[in-house]
Design a protein around this ligand. Structure first.
Ligand SMILES: C[S@@+](CC[C@H](N)C(=O)[O-])C[C@H]1O[C@@H](n2cnc3c(N)ncnc32)[C@H](O)[C@@H]1O
Length: 217
């Protein structure tokens, strides 16, 4: 395990301890500065009725961490079955504790390593979500059989989606162009993008974060 991955997992432990001491403290929410979570949720509302997005859509959050995105989606009115997956047992236990403490019994969390060869999802979803997970995977620098985990990412997560469904991903590590290059291919094509404020420097336009919705081919 690289130092970056180790740091992420350690911070989950700290979160869990904090939650045990204060149930109001549900830990960090990645990219909260840029309203990424709100923007992802608004995107789903704005696109109700399109592709597989509706208020009863089943959703899976890959690398769910503390499950915040799913809890928020439920709170905002999405009613379908939700599953949060994460390879960190601490994260899953933490998310399950939050669900239990708040009497939420209809969001499931499961320990899954999306690169585990033995992992075969038992169901598929209308919507797949990723907020910061591909970024963390990129930081880990992991390789499998000579291919980087980033190169293998789309092939791995496509198993969770049937044709015509939606994969909404947010990254602060890759530009829109880079993210498109990573995800588009045999399994996905770009469907829509979320707009974020951009800055301009020396005639070059930049953005600190991007979210792209892909359609599963
Ligand atoms: C940057 S955090 C984002 C957490 C959450 N999505 C959020 O927005 O707060 C990345 C998450 O991806 C998880 N993760 C990293 N590699 C994974 C893998 N191979 N399989 C499943 N989860 C993974 C980590 O445990 C961590 O919870």
């Amino acid at each position: 395990m690289t130092e970056d991955t180790f740091k992420l997992n350690t911070s989950k432990l700290v979160e869990k301890n904090n939650f045990e001491e204060n149930p109001e403290d549900t830990g960090e929410c990645w990219f909260s500065d840029s309203d990424a979570e709100e923007k992802m949720i608004s995107f789903l509302f704005d696109n109700l009725g399109q592709l597989t997005i509706n208020e009863n859509s089943t959703m899976c959050d890959v690398g769910t961490g503390n499950g915040h995105l799913l809890f928020q989606l439920r709170e905002e009115g999405f009613k379908g079955k939700f599953l949060g997956i994460d390879y960190s047992e601490n994260s899953v236990e933490f998310a399950q504790n939050i669900a239990e403490t708040n009497d939420i019994d209809d969001i499931e969390f499961e320990v899954v390593d999306i690169y585990d060869d033995n992992w075969k999802p038992t169901r598929q979803f209308d919507v797949l979500l990723d907020k910061g997970t591909l970024d963390a995977i990129a930081l880990s620098g992991l390789k499998f059989n000579g291919k980087t985990a980033v190169e293998l990412y789309a092939e791995s997560v496509q198993k969770l989606l049937p044709s015509g469904s939606v994969f909404l991903i947010t990254s602060c590590n890759f530009t829109e162009v880079e993210l498109t290059k990573i995800i588009e291919g045999d399994f996905f094509k770009v469907w829509k993008k979320i707009d974020y404020p951009s800055f301009e420097f020396g005639g070059v336009k930049g953005q600190t974060i991007c979210s792209i919705a892909f359609e599963r081919k």
